[in-house]
Design a protein around this ligand. Structure first.
Ligand code: ZN
Ligand code: ZN
Length: 345
């Protein structure tokens, strides 16, 4: 085994402890990565706190960039010194219908999470809030040159979570896209949809973020607490990317969709009250997704490299991880915390 250093939660507290973390010896097709920057995702917070279910103590982190330090003998795509990006999954069966469709993230056998469950032996994996990670080369991606490695880290969870539903819905020129919630996911949704050529509107409860929305590439901001604005926008959008992470009222968003329009719920995984009637008039679609497969992730990185798209981040030394998690819980970040983990050396 190899040993590195990381930040592990205990008793659902955001006061993570600096601890030794074990990594496996390299298999034939493994690479070892020195983690340089790791994003702080809202799901890290949910999972530390055990909001959905209790996973016990964990080393979070599933959107990171780093540098290859060693490669197994069967590795063909990477060599020591290469910059790489790693997202939410690090292994899958490779043969099920989901894997064959390029959606390893939905592997029917269960993908191995970057932190969470290891599909091979049921053990627990430790994530990217650590200085070294070992994974199959198949699940690492070359970091496009020109992208800042710290700002690119959030592309690997927040970015791909926005990208896949947009590609499925055919977002491009002439399409009307709305983004509800302007946080880690939402701000990347605005940038990506605008770069794809769509007209983007931010949906927000207050007009406070109008300037930010415009700077990110939106054409405007619609205040969802303003009945008159809602009425005027009725039937307007082809796709709404709903990134709001707290329980909220979904039918008013459905009313903004046009014929065959899609509402994609991406921020809140719990139950919602809904009448099918809200879908009937306009043949509307309600869907969801989370992160992406290998092909989609590679496509996203290529697109971001070409268009110079990365997250707007606040970079903190990893020793300030508790502050990052607590400010994230308060919604006090524009728009993604990224940890500089070089202080774990
Ligand atoms: Zn995430
Ligand atoms: Zn599979």
């Amino acid at each position: 085994m190899r040993t590195t250093t990381g930040w592990r939660s205990h008793d659902h507290s955001t006061d993570l402890r600096r601890v030794p973390v074990k990594r496996r010896d390299l298999r034939e097709d493994d690479i070892a990565v020195r983690v340089d920057y790791c994003g702080v995702c809202h799901s890290d917070l949910h999972r530390i706190r055990g909001t959905l279910f209790d996973e016990g103590d964990l080393v979070p982190g599933h959107e990171f960039t780093g540098t290859v330090t060693a490669a197994g003998p069967a590795v063909t795509r990477f060599a020591a010194g290469d910059r790489v990006a790693v997202g939410t999954i690090v292994d899958s069966c490779g043969v099920c219908a989901m894997c064959q469709a390029g959606q390893e993230n939905f592997c029917l056998q269960g993908a191995t999470s970057t932190y969470g469950l290891n599909r091979r032996d049921g053990s627990k994996t430790d994530g990217g809030y650590s200085r070294e990670y070992v994974l199959r080369e198949t699940f690492a991606y070359p970091l496009p040159p020109g992208l800042d490695p710290a700002a690119a880290a959030p592309l690997m969870c927040a970015g791909i979570t926005m990208w896949e539903p947009m590609r499925v819905a055919g977002v491009g020129p002439g399409r009307q896209v709305a983004v509800a919630g302007l946080g880690g996911l939402g701000h990347l949704g605005v940038k990506l949809a605008a770069a794809l050529g769509a007209e983007v509107t931010v949906l927000s409860r207050t007009p406070d973020k109008t300037d930010d929305a415009l700077k990110l590439g939106a054409a405007g901001l619609l205040v969802t607490t303003d009945g008159e604005q809602l009425k005027q926008a009725s039937g307007r959008f082809d796709l709404i990317l709903d990134t709001i992470s707290a329980p909220h009222d979904v039918p008013p968003l459905l009313s903004l969709l046009g014929l065959d329009g899609t509402l994609s719920l991406l921020g809140y995984p719990g139950e919602i009250p809904l009448r099918i009637m809200d879908l009937i008039y306009g043949r509307k679609k309600l869907t969801s997704s989370g992160t992406g497969g290998r092909k989609g992730t590679a496509d996203l990185l290529a697109f971001c490299g070409e268009h110079g798209i990365a997250a707007d981040i606040e970079l903190l030394p990893s020793s300030q991880v508790q502050q990052a998690l607590e400010r994230l819980a308060d919604g006090d970040v524009r728009y993604r915390f990224v940890l500089d983990v070089s202080d774990l050396d």
